[in-house]
Structures are given as structure tokens and as C-alpha cells.
Design a protein around this ligand. Structure first.
Ligand code: AMP
Length: 399
């Protein structure tokens, strides 16, 4: 972490501190339905306000594509944040640049918090336009990025501004970088990853990078079907990408050359319908009938994976092992997640998970709080698993 400036070392008293947060939260009927992302920025906000900073929050919300879209206003999000910060009044500015923003900042007291309107109401945000960067930067003395989840995008508020103002990593960003680089760049070994989800095609670069770095990769979900198909298994009408069979074989080959073991299901749960409560049964890989779909890993696979977890020190996780949203196809994912959580609580395993579906699956299994670190980032988490340096993180590096 020495490569990043920490906000704890910054003299922030009386300064205008522009904080890039990810306030792109789920909304229902005009109110915030899940405040997890807001809760995660509270440590940074407390750290800054307790030292007398004027905190100015920037974020995008939805995809308004440079237009002012009333349903994509951050006003209700500012109201929710106000409720989460009882000790300060959170104010809201109806624009993120220009006179409205300037006036609201002039009126902001030390230790006050102001939320600027959606940065994506201006085309300059996603274009990383120097003029827009200048307008944003003129509002602050110091820049803080506390939004790992948007740091794969080279936008004005994530990259451009960091080259104009003194740039710092927020507390959430610092914790995220610590957890993620600890698990992938210099992990305690043996280290494995669970890579699941629907399709191989969306995670080729992830798999290619992981097999080079890890001791073991556990492949599950729909993407395991393509690997099984590539190995000659008859997978009936399971979700599969036959065009990626060669890719699957190349990944297997790369893993073998790198000394990384790939684990695939040895038994599966199949059904004829992809529907809640569909009649399902467990079968071996040589027993998947032509009209059946593989929708989860079977109990033999699950038991073997649970045993494997006991011999690991670090586990990364992205993507479910089955169609977990539909009962009863979450069994494999939930059982493995619970075992990973149990071992983490015992201090035997370091568990780092991320991605929207993965967080939802861990929440359903009731173990999110027991993992060592759970990232709410989706695209940024995947790019990090691909081994890419995120442009917003690179922009924070010192020297
Ligand atoms: P991803 O966004 O790539 O992580 O994929 C997550 C989705 O994959 C979830 O919605 C799961 O329901 C789905 N999924 C996982 N396993 C299977 C499977 N065997 N067949 C069909 N869909 C699956």
C-alpha cells in the first residue's frame, strides 16, 4: 500500500475534499432499496468530517448518456446518506459543475457533506474531457477515490481529476486493494479460485490469468458445461458454448503447463425445465439424457470441493456453481460457500469474493459477513481478476 497516498496522512482541515464514491445504488419506487454501497463509504466520510474537511461527493448514477434524466438524479441517494449520517446534514447540489455546485460549496461548513448531482448528466464525464475535468477539479483542493468498483473506467471523476489535484485512496479503496492484491498477487498458498457463472466467453481472460497464478481453479456453473463438452461429455440441452470448446481446451492446456489443477464437476443436478421447483435428479456425467439440463453440481462434487477447501489457505470466488436463483439449484453454491465461511471463521482460510451474482449468492447463503472480503464491484473485480491494472487505481499511484 506504500504506493498510494492515504487520506489519513492528508491535512484536510478546512479543505474542500472531492470524493469519488460509487453511489450507483439499487432503487425501487424512487428510494434506495440497498444501501450497502453507501455504508461502505461511511469510514472515509467519518475520517474526513471528524478532521474538519468540507466533503464533496461525486458519483454517477445509471446511464443518462450526457443528458439530464430526472429519474437518474442523486437527490434520493443524498437523502438516504443523510439518514445514515445522523451527526451531519448532507446537502445536495443540483449540478456537479458550474454556479449551482460552486454556491453549494461556498455555503458548506467545515465537517459538512455535500452530494453533487450525477456526473453522467454531462458528456464530459465518460469522455474524460479535459475541460470537464478542469471544472470538477476547480471545486476541490484534494481528490479522494473511494470507488474501486468504477475505477476500471477512465472517466473525468476517476482518472482525469487525479492528475490535476493531489490524489488519495479512500479507506474503502485502500481496504479493497489490500484484500484483492493480498489474494492474487502475493497469496498465502495453496490458493484456489472458484470461477462459475453462465458463460466461458465472458471469463476467458479471467481463466487465462488465474491458471497462470493459482494452484487450483474450480470451474462450475454453465461455463463448466462447455469444458465438459470439450472433454467429450454428452451434456444434453445444458447451457453450453460449443464455439468455445477450443478455448476451453487451450485453458486446460495452459493450466497443465503452469502446474495449476482444474477441477470440474464429477456429478451434476439435472432437470428438464429451467424453472423453480422443476423435477430434478442427481446423475453421473455419463448419464445426462439428451433432454436434460445441468443446473448445479452434484453431492459427490460438492463433498470433494469441501474437502479440497480444507487444504487451502486462500480462496477467490467469482460466479455461482449453479443456477442458484432457482430452487433447488443453489445447493452446491450454498454448501461450498458455507464451508468456506466456516473455515474463514476458524482462521484456516482467507476468502475473497466479488461480482454482483456472487454477492447475491453469498447473501442467499447467509455468509457474506463471514468471508474475509466481499467486493461489491462487478466489472472492476473481473478486470482485476484478468490481471489488468485499473486506470483509476493507476492514477492514484505515487511516483
Ligand atoms: P455470471 O453473470 O456469468 O456470473 O453468471 C451468473 C448466472 O449464471 C446466474 O444467473 C446463474 O443462474 C447462471 N448459471 C449458473 N450455472 C448455470 C447452469 N448450469 N445453467 C444455466 N445457468 C447457470
Amino acid at each position: 500500500m506504500s504506493a498510494f497516498r492515504s487520506i489519513e496522512d492528508a491535512d484536510v482541515a478546512g479543505k474542500r475534499v472531492l470524493v469519488r464514491a460509487d453511489m450507483n445504488v439499487p432503487m425501487q419506487d424512487g428510494t434506495v432499496s440497498d444501501a450497502t454501497r453507501l455504508e461502505r463509504i461511511l469510514p472515509t466520510l467519518h475520517s474526513l468530517t471528524s478532521r474538519g474537511a468540507k466533503v464533496i461527493l461525486m458519483s454517477h448514477f445509471g446511464r443518462p448518456k450526457g443528458k439530464r434524466v430526472p429519474e437518474m438524479s442523486l437527490k434520493p441517494v443524498a437523502e438516504k446518506l443523510d439518514a445514515l449520517l445522523p451527526e451531519v446534514t448532507v446537502r445536495f447540489a443540483t449540478d456537479c459543475i458550474g454556479p449551482e455546485a460552486e454556491q453549494a460549496i461556498d455555503e458548506l461548513a467545515d465537517s459538512g457533506v455535500l452530494v453533487l448531482e450525477n456526473t453522467r448528466f454531462h458528456t464530459g464525464e465518460e469522455a474524460n474531457d479535459p475541460e470537464f475535468v478542469g471544472q470538477l477539479a476547480s471545486l476541490g483542493d484534494i481528490y479522494v477515490n473511494d470507488a474501486f468498483s468504477v475505477s476500471h473506467r477512465a472517466n473525468s471523476s476517476t482518472v482525469g481529476i487525479a492528475s490535476v489535484l493531489p490524489a488519495y485512496a479512500g479507506l474503502q479503496m485502500a481496504a479493497e486493494l489490500r484484500a484483492l492484491s493480498g489474494a492474487l498477487e502475493h497469496p498465502e498458498r495453496p490458493v484456489a479460485a472458484v470461477v462459475g457463472g453462465a458463460k466461458v466467453s465472458t471469463k476467458i481472460s479471467v481463466l487465462t490469468n488465474l491458471v497462470k497464478k493459482l494452484d487450483c481453479v474450480i470451474i462450475g456453473g454453465g461455463m463448466a458445461n462447455t469444458f465438459l463438452y470439450a472433454g467429450g461429455v454428452d451434456i444434453g440441452k445444458s447451457l453450453c458454448e460449443p464455439d468455445f470448446a477450443d478455448t476451453a481446451r487451450e485453458i486446460m492446456q495452459a493450466a497443465q503447463e503452469a502446474g495449476c489443477e482444474i477441477l470440474l464437476p464429477s456429478d451434476v443436478v439435472v432437470a428438464k425445465e429451467f424453472a423453480a421447483g422443476a423435477e430434478s435428479h442427481i446423475c453421473g456425467l455419463d448419464q445426462v439424457s439428451a433432454d436434460a439440463m445441468i443446473l448445479d453440481v452434484g453431492p459427490e462434487t460438492c463433498a470433494a470441493l469441501k474437502t479440497r477447501l480444507k487444504s487451502l489457505r486462500t480462496l477467490l470466488w467469482n460466479g455461482p456453481l449453479g443456477a442458484f436463483e432457482i430452487e433447488p439449484f443453489g445447493g452446491g453454491t450454498f454448501a461450498l460457500a458455507r464451508e468456506a465461511a466456516r473455515l474463514t471463521k476458524e482462521g484456516a482460510l482467507i476468502t475473497v469474493a466479488g461480482g454482483g451474482d456472487t454477492v447475491a449468492a453469498l447473501n442467499d447463503a447467509g455468509v457474506t459477513g463471514d468471508f474475509t472480503y466481499v467486493s461489491t464491484a462487478g466489472g472492476a473485480f473481473l478486470e482485476w481478476l484478468e490481471g489488468k491494472e485499473l486506470s483509476g487505481v493507476a492514477a492514484l499511484r505515487v511516483g
